[in-house]
Ligand binder design. Structure first.
Ligand SMILES: N[C@@H](CCC(=O)N[C@@H](CS)C(=O)NCC(=O)O)C(=O)O
Length: 224
């Protein structure tokens, strides 16, 4: 049976939601982050070929990388209902957002988290200078990219309740973690009403709620 190795406050929450959304049978193993480094613990790193979360095991298969895991699961017989049909307009939107989530938005959020964590760990007398440098990185690099992504999200979500249109797809599931991170870090504001409504829709989703219960944490996203 497929086992999801779920690291707390990590991108694997999306795989938990996906499995619940599909109503698939699976085993869930929960892992806590290392209290000093906030990274995955040694027993988690021993499973994942990249040492990162998410990772699944399924018989002899060990698979890391969020979107590879999503496609692996959706390729299972009877599970292909969260990808719009090839050639449909919804498919093009789906492809864009499924890949923009992991290729563009999540890297910005991870970068943001890393800067925040580093800032709290440098000697206090270096913090003002480090803080200034990091602010410049955030305003010159992260902020413009997030503005472009969220402006596009606002536009696309004006056409339907979900990123690919009328139906929930795996793009929404993958985006959920990054969009929650963006909201927690103040990138999603009142200027993004469609994004705010979409996030509410995600939190109201039945399978998402079950995933939250199984996860047991106040948020899916890393809270720093
Ligand atoms: N591109 C990878 C990114 C994975 C990643 O960086 N995961 C973070 C959790 S959000 C992680 O494993 N952090 C703990 C660590 O690096 O030890 C994916 O989509 O799976």
């Amino acid at each position: 049976m497929l086992t999801l190795h779920h690291l707390e406050y990590s991108q694997s929450f999306r795989i938990l939601w996906l499995l619940e959304e599909l109503g698939m049978e699976y085993t869930l193993k929960l892992y806590e982050r290392d209290s000093k480094s906030s990274l995955a613990p040694a027993d988690y790193k021993a499973i994942s070929p990249l040492g990162t979360s998410p990772v699944i095991t399924d018989g002899d298969v060990v698979l890391a990388e969020t979107n590879a895991i999503v496609d692996y699961i959706l390729d299972k017989p009877g599970s292909d209902r969260l990808r719009p049909a090839a050639g449909s307009p919804a498919r093009t939107r789906y492809l864009f957002w499924f890949h923009a989530a992991q290729g563009s938005m999540q890297p910005m959020m991870t970068f943001n988290i890393v800067l925040n964590v580093v800032k709290t760990r440098v000697p206090f007398f270096l913090r003002p200078i480090i803080g200034t440098v990091f602010s410049q990185i955030l305003s010159g690099f992260v902020q413009p990219r997030m503005v472009a992504l969220l402006n596009q999200a606002e536009k696309d979500l004006a056409d339907g309740p979900w990123f690919a249109g009328s139906e929930l797809t795996a793009a929404d599931i993958v985006l959920s973690y990054s969009m929650e991170s963006a909201s927690m870090r103040g990138y999603i504001t009142d200027k993004h009403p469609n994004c705010q409504t979409w996030l509410k829709r995600v939190y109201d989703n039945k399978a998402y709620k079950v995933a939250q219960q199984k996860d047991g944490k106040p948020s899916a996203a890393f809270p720093v």
